[in-house]
Unconditional design. Structure first.
Length: 380
């Protein structure tokens, strides 16, 4: 009887240990990003002896995002979500009720502790928002209402479109707005008063047409607003300029067709890590040449011949402020510029190794905008 009791105790202890190590279920924790606190829920399922997870950010709409990888090696738990360039690594506590670790997104680590939720403690996940309505493809919208006011000196640059289609920009100069609206590099803007670069504005524009505009429609509205509110007039000329040309490298391109057709193109990521979704190469080129985190000092032109095909990709590189000097010297060796031997390559090598594309300095005929007139914005 004593042996049977001892065996039963051992089996119960083993079962309890096994249950503690089974991490299936709902886990939750608060992600603190500066002054902002975001409630995070991770639902873990065990399927065919493999763990899978779905992440919910409750305070950002509650839309579930599936993990792209998930591993459990003893107490060490790791998962990644490539869609948002995020990953987590944590350690399971001995009682199996807490995972203490770090969430890293766009290279920025933030502590995150997840606690196993019970029916009594589980946070309610809100119903996901319905897909935003897009503007009719044949619509030719204008801003029904637009406001322009001087920006605060400490404001950060941004240009966003929300679910209702309203555009907002902060700390943007007239030159910034021109570059976005007309797909031009700073080197393609000629003339105009000095204030078009020096003065910064916050701009809000509400479309007169329902839905989220596509990039062409957004630029159309912005062009009309610049003409009406800044009295912008210009003419175009063709000039041979130094440019960065994107072409297909020997061996062929390595791009992945988009997984989100029909959505607006998306561009994001910190310095040295660009995340691109549902974009043509031409659209990406126009963003690349205006991206201050990349600091390309010339217009970027698409010479790939890939046309309107849309792609999802990520480009990791070590930023280098001497891109023009490298190009002039033909230095495309790709050696990391940082002291870290594991640092990504320079942008030239990253193009070729990761995308199967080439970024080369050359000369090409491009359009330039010659500013004939620009006035400080009229009253709101």
């Amino acid at each position: 009887m004593r042996k049977l009791t001892l065996w039963l105790v051992v089996m119960l202890a083993f079962a309890a240990s096994a249950m503690a190590q089974n991490i299936s279920g709902s886990w939750q924790g608060v992600l603190k990003a500066g002054p902002q606190e975001l409630r995070t829920v991770l639902k873990i399922a065990l399927e065919d002896d493999k763990y899978k997870g779905t992440l919910y950010s409750i305070d950002q709409g509650g839309q579930g995002i599936a993990t792209s990888s998930f591993t459990k090696d003893g107490p060490v738990i790791k998962y990644a979500i490539s869609q948002i360039n995020g990953n987590y690594e944590g350690r399971l506590s001995a009682d199996g009720n807490t995972i203490t670790g770090t969430w890293t997104q766009f290279g920025m680590p933030v502590p995150l502790t997840l606690a196993r939720a019970t029916p009594e403690t589980a946070w309610t996940i809100p119903e996901p928002l319905p897909p935003p309505k897009t503007m009719a493809a044949d619509a030719r919208p204008s801003f029904e209402v637009s406001t322009i006011k001087p920006s605060r000196p400490d404001a950060r640059f941004s240009l966003l479109v929300n679910r209702s289609g309203t555009m907002t920009s902060t700390n943007t100069s007239l030159a910034d707005l021109i570059k976005f609206a007309f797909d031009v590099h700073a080197n393609q803007i000629v003339g105009g008063p000095k204030w078009i670069e020096a003065d910064k504005f916050d701009v809000t524009g509400k479309p007169d047409t329902e839905g989220i505009p596509n990039p062409a429609q957004l630029k159309m509205m912005l062009q009309k607003m610049l003409s009406e509110r800044f009295q912008l007039t210009f003419h175009r000329e063709k000039k041979d300029l130094s440019v960065y040309a994107i072409s297909i490298a020997k061996g062929g391109q390595k791009l992945k067709p988009t997984e989100s057709p029909g959505n607006l193109p998306g561009f994001g990521g910190p310095r040295g890590n660009m995340i691109v979704r549902n974009s043509t190469i031409a659209e990406w080129a126009s963003v690349l040449q205006a991206n201050t985190l990349v600091t390309l000092d010339k217009p970027v032109v698409d010479q790939t011949g890939l046309g309107d095909k849309r792609w999802d990709f990520q480009l990791k590189f070590t930023p280098d402020g001497a891109l023009a000097a490298q190009a002039a010297a033909g230095a495309n060796g790709g050696a990391p510029t940082a002291s870290d031997p594991d640092a990504p390559p320079d942008i030239y090598a990253a193009f070729q190794q990761q995308l199967g594309l080439r970024l080369e300095s050359t000369k090409a005929p491009v359009d330039v905008m010659v500013i004939d007139r620009a006035e400080k914005p009229s009253g709101n």
